[in-house]
Design a protein around this ligand. Structure first.
Ligand code: NDP
Ligand code: DGY
Length: 324
């Protein structure tokens, strides 16, 4: 019996996931650590039954045309799916699996880390040890002061799985109020003590604005000059969704002018952000390189879930986490 063929776009997939695929399929793997070259992808997707991909791969009409009618299943090792042209895959009857839930804890923890790093200026403070700042004014009362979570108002944009994970973690830090906004009120909000408000009200009231929404046509560029103009001057913006939700020029201007206090970003445009980018060189901007889900457990669970999505999709069985 012929085995299904699968193209995998990274060599360092957690082995548990790759082993599941190798057991039942012929697997072709891109063998370099950097994102797969587009030309390799277009050439090697031809005639494959399935694709195991990452957020770095654009799944568009060109790629689907190159694959041809054999392609039945795409498993993306991510919960975000803005890199996939969903209308096009649906029109072709291709099944798509993704990785919700298994990365929620890791990503919510990263948001907490960014909140504390950015609000309390921890990267800047660490630098003072080496740049003479500490020697110059050790324990001067207002030196290196930032803002804490206790007593603050935190506003969450997108109270989905990760947003809820953040809300639950904010409570023990004694925030006074949790606001959230989204397309609709969420039934889970009551148990989290989160209050639904319009976007503009969230901006006007929040000391910490936390972005955990999906990137789509409504959220692209949501954080623009007008939005920063509505935020409190002490506001700290945290973005763990996608870089595309933020107009980075407007953010850099807002940080430079003191319109808002600080930003902590796990996601940017482009990725990797060049180290010369203005946002990478501001003391009130803390960057992490898209590591929200980067725990060994989370990435291992994401890999096995992606493999299971692909295998069940190929079998015509129910996929554990199906997008379409
Ligand atoms: P969910 O689908 O559970 O949540 C998505 C949220 O986005 C929903 O609450 C939804 O709101 C909200 N949303 C969608 N459109 C809008 C809009 N127009 N205005 C406001 N809110 C909107 O997904 P997850 O919580 O699992 O993941 C969220 C996102 O986080 C992913 O799409 C991905 O981009 C990003 N992510 C980043 C990671 C990282 O490493 N930094 C790791 C994992 C995910 P509503 O309730 O109204 O539908
Ligand atoms: C996702 O899953 O969408 C992240 O961005 C990567 O974990």
């Amino acid at each position: 019996m012929t085995r299904p063929s699968v193209l995998v776009t990274r060599p360092d997939i957690p082995p548990e996931g790759l082993a599941l695929l190798r057991d039942r399929c012929d697997v072709t793997v891109w063998d370099k650590p950097e994102p797969v070259e587009r030309s390799f992808l277009l050439e090697n997707i031809k005639g494959k039954d399935a694709l195991f991909c990452m957020v770095t791969e654009k799944i568009d009409r060109e790629l689907l045309d190159a694959a041809g009618p054999s392609l039945k299943v795409i498993g993306t090792m991510s919960v975000g799916h803005d890199h996939i042209d969903m209308a096009e895959v649906k029109a072709r009857g291709i099944k798509v699996g993704f990785t919700p839930d298994v990365l929620t804890d890791a990503t919510a923890e990263l948001v907490m880390a960014l909140l504390l790093m950015t609000g309390r200026r921890l990267v800047e403070a660490r630098q003072q040890i080496y740049n003479g700042g500490w020697a110059g004014c050790a324990w001067s009362p207002l030196w290196m002061c930032g803002q804490g979570l206790a007593g603050s108002t935190a506003g969450i944009v997108g109270l989905g799985r990760i947003g809820q994970g953040v809300a639950a973690r904010l409570r023990p830090f004694n925030v006074s109020t949790i606001l959230y906004t989204g397309r609709t009120e969420r039934p889970e909000a009551a148990a989290l003590g989160a209050q639904f408000v319009p976007f503009d009200e969230l901006l006007a009231r929040s000391d910490f604005v936390i972005v955990t929404c999906a990137l789509n046509d409504d959220t692209r560029g949501l954080f623009n000059e007008a939005a920063f103009g509505k935020m409190k001057s002490n506001a700290v913006l945290i973005n763990a969704s996608r870089g595309g939700t933020v107009d980075q020029e407007a953010l850099a201007a807002a940080l430079r002018s003191g319109r808002i206090q600080a930003a902590g970003l796990d996601v940017m445009t482009p990725e990797p952000l060049p180290p010369t980018h203005p946002l990478a060189n501001m003391t009130n901007c803390t960057l992490t390189p898209h590591v929200g889900s980067a725990t060994v457990k989370s990435r291992t669970d994401m890999a096995t879930l992606t493999a299971r999505n692909i295998l069940t999709g190929l079998d015509g069985a129910q996929m554990p986490a199906r997008l379409c």
